[in-house]
Design a protein around this ligand. Structure first.
Ligand code: NAP
Length: 247
């Protein structure tokens, strides 16, 4: 697999799965522009690790739920690299609690970042990619978007919504050389899952046929596979990287 000469925009590239995606794409030769929300130090560290692999890597702060920040992100990508070959919509948050306790603010904010953020970035990327007549968009969904999860109605709605959005845009762009797919990770060891109580972690572990947590690098390899030129006949798909959780 090679992404030599490709330019990728990765949202939420500072930490966790996003960082692993940046490193994998860099390993395969892609230049990067990585977005982050507030953790500049982590973003700079990821970019430095990518540069050590011999590619260009720049960072840009921005809240993906804000249209002006997404517009600035893609403006910067165009200025730096002149094109965008790969978009990975990875930025995501959780605000977990049971429905009866969930505030409207917590519902709206998760939808804003996870779903609206991907919509805004896809809109920016699609404009460039249609003109290029080539492109790869990969959206980070979740096993929770397929199966649901108690305490996550907001998050599940955003991740299921991403799948619907992925399939719809895949249909819109299939004839233009642009593919749109989703990756649905299961339970991956990152800051996002670190905060769960031991009881919840044990219950989740018991539901994973593989019997272990996934690694960010395992998700990143699936993203890089879908980003290849050679994956051009795969579109509108959801690739689960979940140790068998969703089957
Ligand atoms: P994480 O460690 O919490 O990292 C979240 C990333 O998103 C960070 O880079 C963060 O930037 C960025 N971010 C948050 N809000 C943002 C905003 N408004 N605008 C731009 N960037 C924003 O999460 P993770 O576990 O790596 O998850 C990455 C993606 O995978 C998410 O979409 C998540 O839903 C999905 N996922 C994760 C798991 C899992 O088990 N971990 C499972 C399924 C799906 P800062 O560093 O600047 O805060």
């Amino acid at each position: 697999m090679s992404l030599q000469g490709k330019c990728a925009v990765v949202t939420g590239g500072s930490r966790g799965i996003g960082r692993a995606v940046c490193l994998e794409l860099a390993d395969q030769g892609a230049d990067l522009l990585l977005n982050y929300a507030g953790n500049r130090e982590a973003a700079e560290e990821t970019a430095a690790l990518c540069r050590e692999k011999g590619v260009r890597a720049e960072i840009q702060q921005g809240d993906v739920s804000r249209a002006e920040d997404c517009s600035a992100l893609f403006g910067q990508a165009a200025e730096l690299y002149g094109r965008v070959d790969i978009l990975v919509n990875n930025a995501g948050i959780t605000r977990d609690t049971l429905l009866l306790r969930m505030s409207e603010e917590d519902f709206d904010r998760v939808l804003e970042v996870n779903l609206r953020g991907a919509f805004l970035c896809m809109k920016q990327a699609a404009r460039l990619m249609v003109r290029q007549r080539s492109g790869r968009i990969v959206n980070m969904s979740s096993v929770v978007g397929l199966r649901g999860n108690a305490g996550q109605v907001n998050y599940a709605a955003s991740k299921a919504g991403l799948i619907g959005m992925t399939k719809s845009l895949a249909r819109e762009l299939a004839g233009r050389g642009v593919t749109v797919n989703a990756v649905a990770p299961g339970f991956i060891g990152t800051d996002m899952t670190e905060g769960l109580s031991d009881g919840v972690k044990q219950a989740i572990l018991a539901s994973i046929p593989a019997g272990r947590l996934g690694l960010p690098e395992e998700v990143a390899r699936a993203v890089a596979f879908l980003a290849q030129d050679g994956s051009g006949y795969i579109t509108g798909q959801v690739l689960c990287v979940d140790g068998g959780m969703a089957m």
